[in-house]
Design a protein. Structure first.
Ligand code: HEC
Length: 145
């Protein structure tokens, strides 16, 4: 081999090596969700299959953090959502979820302001209105007190 042929070989080998290396590293950085600790495929799938779409959206959007895992309220963070059907129709509820601030002067909310000091119901204006409708239908369909 001439000197320049040797160089070409070395450069090619280096490229192939780097290509393989980057491929290996790429594989490594992908964390597969089913390999995460605590992930149980069966349990996860069953839970998703059983939730009605409204509840899935409610879980995805963090409502349970303030309104309780069973939507029956959290003493410090948010009221029970089982009352919603007494106070809202579908359109009003969608409006409320988009702009909760617009309704804060309702005397009914004075009690909430007292109980949930410094906690504000966030606006969900960024959600698709269709999804808000599905959430509203779910909340208005909750049975019980
Ligand atoms: C950061 C905590 C927090 C989160 C997250 C949150 N809320 Fe609220 N929510 C509140 C508080 C506090 C109130 C009481 C009104 C107020 O103080 O603004 C409230 C009030 C409400 C009401 C009115 C209740 C009534 O009696 O009329 C509805 C309905 C509601 N939330 C639905 C939702 C839904 C649906 C989600 C998720 C998409 C959600 N909230 C997420 C804190 C929260």
């Amino acid at each position: 081999m001439t000197n320049s042929q040797k160089w070409v070989t070395v450069v090619l080998a280096a490229f192939i090596f780097l290509f393989i290396l980057s491929d290996i590293l790429k594989e490594d950085t992908i964390i597969r969700h089913d390999e995460m600790p605590g992930y149980d495929t069966q349990e996860y799938n069953e839970e998703r299959v059983q939730d009605p779409p409204g509840l899935t959206l409610i879980k995805q959007n963090g409502c349970l953090a303030c309104h309780g895992q069973d939507l029956r309220g959290n003493p410090n963070l948010g009221p029970s959502l089982y009352n919603a059907k007494k106070h809202w129709n579908r359109d009003e509820l969608i409006n409320y979820l988009r702009n909760p601030g617009d309704y804060s002067r309702d005397p009914r909310f004075d009690e909430y302001k007292n109980q949930f000091r410094n906690i504000m119901m966030p606006s969900y204006e960024n959600l698709d209105v269709k999804d808000l409708g599905i959430i509203a239908d779910y909340l208005l369909g909750l049975q019980g007190e």
